[in-house]
Design a protein around this ligand. Structure first.
Ligand code: SER
Length: 345
C-alpha cells in the first residue's frame, strides 16, 4: 500500500463503508493505522488500529491524529470522511464545513507532519459528482466524460470534491510559496473519482447513487424497494473490492508514472432498470418499483452516463475485476446471500 517512510497511516471516515473495506488491507500490509471517525467504534478495531473519535471540522482534533501512536511522522492519509450528495443538499453548510474545511485540516496536518523529503501520501476519494450536465440531452450527447470535461457540479458535495481536488493540488505544488525557500511539495496528493459503489457488506448513507446498493440489499433481505430514480437513469458503478483495488494501485504507483493527480475509474454503467432486472434474476421474489424523487433524479441526471478512464489504465494499470454480470454472480449475490441468509429463509 502506501509507500515511503514507516510512519502512521491516518484513515478518516474509518467507520464508513470504504473505511471498513480499506483498513484490513492496510493492516495486512503491516501499517499502524489511526482510525478517525465522528462516532466511537461499535466493535473494537483489531491490533494495529488506534481509534480517534472526533469531528474533522475541529482543527484541534485533527492535530491530535498524528500522535495516536506516540510521536512519529505521517506516512499516509486516506481521507475518506465526507457528507455525501443527498445529505449535503439537506445541510449545505455542514457539507461545506466537513468536505472542504475538513479536507483542508487534513492536508495541513499531512503537510506539517511528514518526514522531510518524503511528503505523505494523501489519498482523496473524489466522485463523479464533480461533473455537471445541464439536462438529459446534454448528458446523452456527452456520453462518457474525460477528466477535464463538464466540471460544473450541481451539488454542494460535488463542489466540495472539486475543491478538495484543487486544494490537494495546491498543497502538492504551491504550499508556502512565499517562504524564502519557495514552495514545498508538502504532500503527495492522489485522487480517484469514484462512481457509485456496490458493497455486499455495507450500505452507504446519504448518497444519490444509493438506489443501486439499496435495491440489491432490499431484495436480499426479502423487502420491497421503491427506487427514487427513473428506470432509464444511468450512471457508472463499481464493486467495493474494485474500489479498494483502485486505491491500492494508485497508492503503490511510482510518482513518475502519474501523469495527473486526479483520475477517473470506470467498471460498468447500467441503467436503474438494468440493475433491477439483474437483481430480479438473482432474487426472483424481489419487489422493485419506481417512484422518482424529482430533486434526486435531477442530481443523477447531472452525472455522466459513464467515464473515460484511459489515464488510470495507462498510468497505474487500472482494470476492474468485475463487470456488471460478474459483479453480481461472483461477488455481490454469493456474499450478500450468506449475509442475509437468516432473513430470507
Ligand atoms: N456515491 C456518492 C453519492 O451518491 C457519489 O460519489 O453521493
Amino acid at each position: 500500500m502506501a509507500t515511503g517512510s514507516s510512519g502512521v497511516v491516518i484513515v478518516t471516515g474509518a467507520g464508513g463503508e470504504m473505511g471498513h473495506a480499506l483498513i484490513p488491507h492496510l493492516l495486512a500490509a503491516g501499517k499502524r493505522v489511526v482510525a478517525a471517525d465522528l462516532r466511537a467504534p461499535t466493535s473494537p478495531w483489531p491490533d494495529g488500529v488506534r481509534a480517534a473519535t472526533g469531528d474533522i471540522r475541529d482543527r484541534a482534533f485533527v492535530k491530535t491524529l498524528a500522535d495516536a501512536w506516540g510521536e512519529g511522522p505521517i506516512e499516509a492519509v486516506y481521507h475518506l470522511a465526507a457528507v455525501l450528495s443527498s445529505a449535503g443538499e439537506r445541510n449545505p453548510e455542514l457539507a461545506h464545513e466537513v468536505n472542504v474545511m475538513g479536507t483542508m485540516h487534513l492536508l495541513s496536518l499531512a503537510a506539517e507532519r511528514g518526514t522531510p523529503g518524503h511528503p505523505p501520501l494523501v489519498l482523496f476519494p473524489s466522485s463523479i459528482a464533480v461533473y455537471g450536465l445541464h439536462d438529459l440531452d446534454a448528458k446523452r450527447n456527452a456520453g462518457a466524460l474525460h477528466e477535464e470535461e463538464h466540471l460544473d457540479p450541481r451539488t454542494v458535495y460535488g463542489l466540495g470534491k472539486l475543491a478538495g481536488e484543487e486544494l490537494g493540488g495546491y498543497y502538492a505544488r504551491y504550499y508556502r510559496q512565499l517562504d524564502p525557500q519557495g514552495p514545498r511539495r508538502a504532500v503527495d496528493f492522489r485522487s480517484i473519482r469514484f462512481p457509485g459503489i456496490l458493497s455486499a457488506d455495507t450500505l452507504p448513507s446519504g448518497g444519490t447513487s444509493d438506489y443501486g446498493p439499496e435495491m440489491l440489499h432490499a431484495a436480499a433481505k426479502g423487502e420491497p424497494y421503491r427506487c427514487f430514480v427513473r428506470p432509464d437513469a444511468r450512471i457508472p458503478f463499481m464493486t467495493m473490492p474494485d474500489a479498494i483495488r483502485a486505491i491500492e494501485a494508485i497508492a503503490a504507483a511510482p510518482v513518475s508514472r502519474l501523469s495527473r493527480r486526479v483520475y477517473n475509474v470506470g467498471a460498468f454503467a447500467p441503467s436503474a432498470a438494468e440493475i433491477a432486472e439483474l437483481v430480479t434474476r438473482h432474487f426472483p421474489r424481489a419487489r422493485i418499483d419506481f417512484s422518482p424523487h424529482p430533486a434526486r433524479q435531477a442530481i443523477v441526471d447531472s452525472w455522466p452516463e459513464d467515464v473515460v478512464d484511459h489515464a488510470a489504465r495507462r498510468d497505474w494499470h487500472w482494470t476492474p475485476t468485475h463487470d456488471f454480470e460478474s459483479a453480481f454472480a461472483e461477488y455481490l449475490v454469493p456474499r450478500i446471500t450468506s449475509r442475509y441468509a437468516a432473513a430470507v429463509r
